[in-house]
Design a protein around this ligand. Structure first.
Ligand SMILES: Cc1cc2nc3c(=O)[nH]c(=O)nc-3n(C[C@H](O)[C@H](O)[C@H](O)COP(=O)(O)OP(=O)(O)OC[C@H]3O[C@@H](n4cnc5c(N)ncnc54)[C@H](O)[C@@H]3O)c2cc1C
Length: 819
């Protein structure tokens, strides 16, 4: 066995072999090795049904699936190994208007990434699928390129392609331990000898947690039992085959939670059942190979009945075999593909529940990331660091079973799932709940999305259209505009970066200049090496050598890991985690100065407390860092405080704010108001897929300050000419639905961009959207077409910040709100 390699891949399922293939394709073939404890495909891969569904609401996963299908269609010609690809199409049925809305929202995303989706009427469905009863159907969508493949043959073809480029595969070679030397190299200990390498890719399927343990990682993957039924042949399918008629498309009835496809003249029925249990909670047996579980027919019955109602022919054939195998899951059902946290050069390609479909694209992006240093598409949807420490084993069992049962649920944009909640709560949680808060969950934290008042039911109402919370957030926005509102943002990620080397490190890490004066505040972005925006931090200078950093709560592990990986390792910079020890309450609105003046001795006048400055203050008897900044475009302060004082501060504010009209507001009102100000958000308007100049962040980028991370690539990309530009748009004519993001933007029917976000702006009384368009369509006044739930509307590009364009309200330069 080789004793050295550049990359070692652990796991010879389709996912690991695809990563190996793509590394070899990038030219590293002679230097990459795959270790498989038994035979290739002996994990989950061998018993997969081989379906290749393109449908996915995530922008990242959509692109990954699209790439896979393209690759798989070329593999046989490249390697000579048949893969059994059948692009018979995939027909998804809709029994409700909400389901159709989901398809319209999805189809807009698909259009922006170049996936072909067609809408069908019930009559057209009948024509395509004569065995289907179309009773109760509203319509459906067809992916003509979709289909299925033979998973084991696909894996062998990828292995052949990898070997042909010099890659080495060792079968029957279990990895037993992994160590990292002081030089950073990894030592992989196997039953057949040791191998040292620069990079490790963990692609160990159902063993993800065991592999993670070898390097101290708690990987958020636990499999769930998944079944499918293979039937005896049906005479009609056999007749169609014998007549040379085309094979029927894969049929999916999402509302009945099953799929059906042809298999050797019979059917395969695959349900996603409620109550399917997690398996291998403490890991599979080390010797487990080709393992199946006892089938559970009771769990299958409701889906069999639903399938028979829709396709009576299915009820006319006997069951030949039931497969019940382990399918890896994560709490949100998406895989984890990318770097591990806390350690260098350890990569995760785990948690794949659609691994046959995703293997190609995941391997492609991982190889880009390892060889070139960055992925080429926004991978936030599959980012390993999107979960945190809270995702422990018990949490995973609850959430992964929920994610499995939700595969065919309608993916509402405002959906909040109930399992494992409440988990992380701010001290003021109960107070907000008593005020009518309807909560959502982010990174384990409960956050108030909106407030049910005036007798409204304290219950969410999800939809692709404006739902009952639309009126509630209208009231919240009105109160922030006229009076003063309070928003709990305790979920923010917070940390301190300090030490003799802190300033020099941060100056290199972010593109903006750091605040010069003690107490100063800056909005600073950490780019990736290609000049895309990786992270956004609000930075407060606490002293010459100490900085307090705040970033998005959902990105805590990602942002803090990014900081860690770039920090000098010579001890001159220290990182202190503050997320759980600091709370944040935001006060915003024209009466916020009066309110602050009532609860604190500090002078909050414009002269004494300027925009973008901070001060240590006391509210009641509690210490607070007050920052004059906010995300809603009104006069206001963020109040950061040691978390144990939160309710003392909360009560002081509400006691003093009664007659000022102080009321709480939620995340959905905040989102509406931030769009009115064209404030960007990481993950939508800011992404590694677009350069910081494309996101029009010019005023936060200081190329003259000296070198910073991503600077050269950023300037080069500007010189070469930008491919996109971020714009704000007013959407005309909408009545009950606003843009949700990922909507196609077109001119004369040709896609020229995509919306990144949208909402109704209550202060401007207009439907708004932000989006990336080709620069020639970015001039204010340009009229684009925007697709909202299948209808085209005029979207006119407007200058940034449609509300209070000159920022008078938040700067309050004339002190109009002074007490
Ligand atoms: C019943 C069923 C039907 C499915 N149908 C579909 C479908 O239609 N379409 C689809 O896209 N997906 C489907 N899936 C999911 C699909 O099977 C998986 O997503 C995919 O196989 C995952 O591949 P993998 O390479 O990540 O994992 P695996 O195939 O499990 O491979 C992991 C490999 O790692 C090896 N390994 C683990 N630990 C070590 C170690 N310490 N040392 C060396 N080797 C190690 C294992 O032996 C194993 O071979 C289905 C799953 C099930 C259960």
């Amino acid at each position: 066995m080789k004793s050295e390699a550049k990359v070692v891949v652990i796991g010879g399922g389709v996912v690991g072999v695809s990563a190996l293939y793509h590394l070899a394709k990038k030219g590293w073939g002679d230097d990459v090795v795959l270790l498989e404890k038994a035979e290739l495909t002996s994990g989950s891969t061998w018993h997969a049904a081989g379906l290749l569904p393109l449908f996915n609401m995530s922008y990242s996963v959509g692109q990954i699936h699209k790439y896979s299908l393209q690759l798989y269609s070329e593999l046989e010609a490249e390697t000579g190994q048949a893969v059994g690809l059948k692009q018979v199409g995939n027909l998804r049925l809709a029994m409700t208007q909400d389901r159709m809305d989901e398809y319209y929202q999805y189809a807009a995303t698909a259009r922006t990434i170049g996936i072909d989706v067609q809408f069908l009427t019930p009559a057209e469905i009948k024509k395509m699928w004569p065995l289907c009863d179309i009773g109760g159907l509203v319509g459906g969508i067809l992916h003509p390129d979709d289909g299925y493949i033979q998973p084991a043959d696909l894996t062998q073809a990828l292995a052949k392609g990898a070997r042909a480029r010099g890659a080495t595969i060792y079968r029957n070679t279990p990895v037993l331990a992994i160590e990292q030397s002081t030089s950073g190299n990894w030592l992989i200990k196997t039953a057949n000898g040791d191998i040292s390498c620069e990079h490790v890719i963990s692609a160990s399927g159902n063993y993800a947690r065991q592999t993670g343990k070898m390097v101290g990682l708690d990987i958020p993957v636990i499999p769930v039992e998944h079944q499918f039924i293979v039937t005896e042949p049906h005479p009609e399918l056999v007749r169609r085959r014998n007549n040379g008629e085309p094979e029927l498309a894969v049929l999916r009835e999402a509302d009945g939670s099953w799929y059906l496809r042809e298999e050797n003249g019979g059917f395969i029925l695959g349900p996603y059942e409620k109550g399917a249990p997690c398996c291998y909670v403490n890991g599979p047996d080390p010797q487990a190979e080709y393992e199946l579980f006892q089938e559970d027919i009771d769990r299958l019955v409701p889906h069999i009945e639903a399938a028979i109602a829709r396709v009576p022919a299915f009820g006319e054939v006997g069951m030949k075999q039931v497969y019940n195998g382990a399918i890896a899951y994560t709490p949100d059902g998406n895989p984890i593909v990318g770097p591990a946290w806390g350690i260098d050069n350890f990569w995760l390609n785990e948690g794949h529940s659609f691994g046959i479909t995703a293997a190609g694209g995941a391997g492609w992006q991982l190889a880009e990331w390892i060889v070139e240093g960055e992925p080429t598409i926004d991978m936030l949807g599959v980012e390993p660091r999107r979960f945190g420490d809270y995702a422990n084993k018990d949490y995973l069992v609850e959430k992964n079973e929920e994610a499995y049962a939700h595969v065919f649920e309608i993916h509402y944009p405002d959906e909040e799932r109930p399992a494992a909640r409440p988990l992380r709560t701010a001290p003021c949680y109960q107070r907000l709940k008593d005020m009518g808060a309807v909560f959502g969950q982010k990174f384990g934290w409960e956050r108030a999305n909106w407030f049910a008042t005036d007798g409204m039911k304290q219950e969410d109402d999800w939809s692709f259209r404006r739902s009952k919370w639309f009126d509630a957030i209208a009231k919240e926005c009105a109160n922030v505009t006229a009076n003063v509102g309070l928003l709990d943002m305790t979920a923010f990620a917070k940390c301190r970066v300090s030490g003799a080397g802190a300033e020099a490190f941060l100056e290199y890490f972010v593109a903006n200049r750091l605040p010069k004066h003690i107490g100063g505040l800056g909005l600073c972005h950490a780019l990736n090496t290609r000049g895309g925006v990786h992270s956004e931090f609000t930075i407060r200078r606490e002293s010459k050598d100490s900085f307090y950093l705040v970033s998005a709560g959902a990105l805590q592990r990602l942002d803090h890991d990014y900081l860690h990986k770039h920090m000098p390792k010579d001890g001159t910079v220290e990182f202190t985690q503050l997320t759980d020890s600091y709370g944040v309450l935001v006060i915003a609105g024209p009466k916020s100065r009066t309110l602050m003046q009532r609860v604190s001795q500090t002078d909050f006048s414009n002269e004494s407390f300027r925009w973008l400055t901070t001060q240590d203050i006391v509210i009641g008897d509690a210490p607070v860092i007050a920052m004059r900044v906010n995300y809603v475009g009104e006069l206001g302060w963020e109040l950061h405080h040691p978390i144990q004082y939160q309710n003392h501060i909360f009560d002081a504010l509400f006691a003093a704010g009664q007659d000022l009209g102080l009321k709480p507001f939620g995340i959905r009102a905040m989102d509406s108001m931030r769009l009115e100000k064209s404030y960007r958000m990481v993950g939508t308007e800011l992404s590694i897929e677009y350069s910081a100049y494309e996101s029009a962040m010019d005023r936060f980028i200081q190329p003259d300050k000296g070198d910073f991370l991503g600077r050269d690539a950023l300037l080069e990309s500007k010189q070469a000419g930008l491919n996109n530009l971020l714009v704000t748009m007013e959407v005309a004519g909408v009545e009950d639905a606003d843009a949700l993001g990922n909507n196609a933007l077109s001119v004369n029917g040709v896609v020229v961009g995509r919306a990144t976000g949208g909402n109704f702006g209550f202060r401007v009384n207009k439907s708004l959207a932000m989006g990336m368009v080709k620069p020639e369509f970015s001039e204010p006044g340009t009229v684009l077409e925007i697709d909202i739930l299948g209808k085209s509307y005029a979207a006119t590009v407007v200058p940034d910040s449609p509300f209070d364009t000159s920022n008078e309200r938040l700067r309050d330069v004339n002190g109009a709100n002074d007490t």
